[in-house]
Design a protein around this ligand. Sequence first.
Ligand code: NI
Length: 262
Amino acid sequence: MIFESHAHYESERFDPDREQLLASMKENGIGTIINVGSSVESCKETVKLMETYDFIYGALGVHPSDISGLNEESLKWIEEMAAHPKTVAVGEIGLDYYWEKDPEIRKQQKYWFRRQLELAERTGLPVIIHSRDAAQDTMEIMKEASQKGIRGVIHCYSYSEEMALEYVKMGYYIGVGGVVTFKNARKLKEAVEAIPAEKILLETDCPYMAPEPYRGKRNSSLYLPLVAEKIGELKGLSREAVISITTENATRLFRKAGAAES
Ligand code: NI
């Protein structure tokens, strides 16, 4: 069974058919899903989803582009909810300099990134990292985090092969999704070839990032076999082997989801 490590099923793009779609996951080989919060509002929706579906777990955290909704009170709520038996990670958190050019706001992104890493350290949960056009600052902050024993995944990985190897050395996992099937994704393919399969997590980031031949359309966990197939091609593994290795990887990282499964 596939372990989907990054989905946003609270998105309004699933409003027309969310229930039917989620009901079809198990029969299509999707065993476990982590729904990932990105704003305070979507974290609340994530809690509803994880309390409704036995195979859905939650990651709670605020995305760098949504930090305007973050304050001491909402951070405290996230920390309280981190104790929920189905909250398996803090995320998605990180830095996004692609969408944010203002140096003052970038500073705020770093501030709230660090505050949420501290929360992860206190609660013992792994982190799900979003990082776009912020390679150096993310690397610096994640180095400090690894020294504090914080575990996690660099989601939708988009940097160099060298940097992927550095993250792996620090114990982090690399999240790989639909982008790996794109023709122009040479850098990501090289990174996937370079890192051990034991450090890769399967993810969609749905509704975004649909793999070929659905690029540009609404994504869902049902397309993950296409991603596993591509990773298998790059690593000389069968699709089935990629699915079983990445499920083991995710169960190792997201301990609270693993414990509930076995
Ligand atoms: Ni995401």
